[in-house]
Design a protein around this ligand. Sequence first.
Ligand code: HGY
Ligand code: MN
Ligand code: MN
Length: 417
Amino acid sequence: MSVDGDPLVARFRATWAELAGIGRDPATGGYLRYAWSPAELACRRWFVAQATGRGLAVRADGNGNLWGDWVPPGVDPTAPAVVTGSHFDSVPYGGGYDGPLGIVSALLAVDILREQGVVPARPVTVAAFVEEEGSRFGLACLGSRLLTGAVSPERALALADADGVTLAEAMRTAGADPAAVGPDPARLTRIGAFVELHVEQGRALVDLAAPVGVASMIWPHGRWRLEFTGVGDHAGTTRMADRRNPMLTCAHTVLAADAQARRLGGHATVGRVEVRPNATNAIPARVRAWLDARAADGSTLAALVDAVAADAATRAAADGTTVTVVGESDSPAVAFASTLTGRIRTAIEAAGPGPVPVLPTAAGHDAGVLAGHVPTAMIFVRNPTGVSHAPAEHATDDDCAAGVRALAAALAELAAR
Ligand code: HGY
Ligand code: MN
Ligand code: MN
């Protein structure tokens, strides 16, 4: 039930509507905002206009991450800033809230601080990270990993999308200089704390009847490329006994991943497959599949991936095919600093939304990368469907306004001294 007359709800709704059409597929309602693509560049232009319009000093770092610094008169611009933000890019046909909600909420939270007459003792910065989903170039949190040195510029620039376009070429096409990518210690040392607001990717807040929550930890997770090779041949004339079909090995491996995850209490998904030659009347020569595996702790995750790899190898021997397992993206467990999380939870509860639950998540975020370098926390906003990475992902305007208020309270607390 909407809180009629709440001006923040109306303001959120109006701001949200400015982004809603960018990169949205009308047939599904899903979003196609890939890093350095025209849709994501349009989102970035929107961000620059919004931040500049608020008097924030906006700049892109060498990796393409955007930073809008609010440095009120008298504040030392080199003092460690309170940074908040998220990402614009989406998974293919993803929901609209995953990422952009954190950026829109950050801009509106700065508005609230100003309207409340809050004068921060340190800069407050709104950030937009590039390629968080890894949907185009395969490596999650690419912008924050480059910023922190977690991935080398050489490896990053050579990453290619499904059309073979490298990150370097995509940056050049977008007018950015790939030679500028790499760690940015000067920017990193200027981050005193980072808070990312994000739509919840689950139903915990629904079940707890709470509009906002804070994060305790991020499960360890990763992505592995499974390469199955066999003998391409005619679908009609090749006897069943003579086949060496990598699709069979892949199919059994997909089933094994599901079974092993259920057995070990982890999560395993194969949602992306590439087949060569991908013809109806040809036995494939090669099948590539990507395993997304996650678990509550590192040893369970390792056991899960090992078990899947073992099942794949056993099946490959029976099929006369081969399989290789290549790690593409690794995100260790993240435990958010309880002191920082405790401070912002207290500040949020003082602002009135009721008890603020503390939740673990199995979803990765730029906050997970930054947590290894600066004090970091996350705020979650209730998602009535619990669905994410799909068009059904949702948050009500009222809960989004509650998220903005929660973020403003957290920023005020962290920027007060
Ligand atoms: O994949 C993830 O966990 C995040 O949504 N990028
Ligand atoms: Mn996501
Ligand atoms: Mn996200």
